[in-house]
Design a protein around this ligand. Structure first.
Ligand code: 5GP
Ligand code: MG
Ligand code: MG
Length: 182
């Protein structure tokens, strides 16, 4: 195990089972819809790659990069588009793929944006959900695993751009980020 990890919260096997279940649900719900699966960079890349391989239906993939000001370990209310979709979503079924929904600020902004662009439907699939931290009024339609209010890394998720390649979801040792608070 990576020496900076204090505890494995979700093992690779548990991730696999959750992704398979989500893939089955989405396969059923989007069978004839040719959805645009929107990956929110960069944390959702690993989940996206696993998820679409469990979806047995026609689909397209596109990417969006957003920045939220605030830095550190929390997102703020302001969200800026760094890279927009190449796809015109008007009349399309959009599935937003998130790594984790925390405050919900990021999601609220893009959900409304896609509706404004006249998407036929907009649903959200997030691998992790931290409901305790929610401040924005958003619905996560498909959730992999619900977790408590802990900062996690791995399976695409970073701390200071590190740990995205870990095949499990882990909690960092406090000494890894202690310098931020000194
Ligand atoms: P929100 O806007 O819902 O507060 O947060 C959205 C983004 O913040 C997530 O998609 C993720 O990129 C990042 N984030 C929120 N919680 C965590 C966490 O526990 N670990 C990591 N690595 N990123 C997080
Ligand atoms: Mg994200
Ligand atoms: Mg991050």
């Amino acid at each position: 195990m990576n020496p900076d990890i204090e505890e494995v919260l979700i093992s690779a096997e548990e991730i696999d089972a959750a992704v398979k279940r989500l893939g089955q649900e989405l396969t059923k719900d989007y069978q004839d819809k040719n959805p645009v699966v929107v990956c929110i960079l960069r944390g959702s890349v690993v989940f996206l790659a696993d998820l679409v391989r469990q979806m047995q239906c026609p689909l397209e993939i596109d990417f969006m990069d957003l920045s939220s000001y605030g830095g550190g370990m929390e997102s703020s209310g302001q969200v800026k588009i760094l890279k927009d979709l190449d796809t015109d979503v008007a009349g399309r079924h959009v599935i937003i793929v998130e790594d984790i929904v925390d405050t919900g600020n990021t999601l609220a902004k893009i959900h409304d944006l896609f509706l404004h662009r006249q998407a036929e439907s907009v649903k959200v699939v997030s691998f992790l959900n931290k409901p305790e931290r929610r401040t924005a009024n958003v619905t996560v339609d498909y959730v992999g695993v619900e977790i408590p209010d802990k900062f996690v890394v791995g399976y695409g998720m970073d701390f200071d751009e590190q740990y995205r390649g870990l095949p499990y979801i882990g909690i960092l040792k406090p000494n890894v980020y202690a310098h931020l608070f000194n």
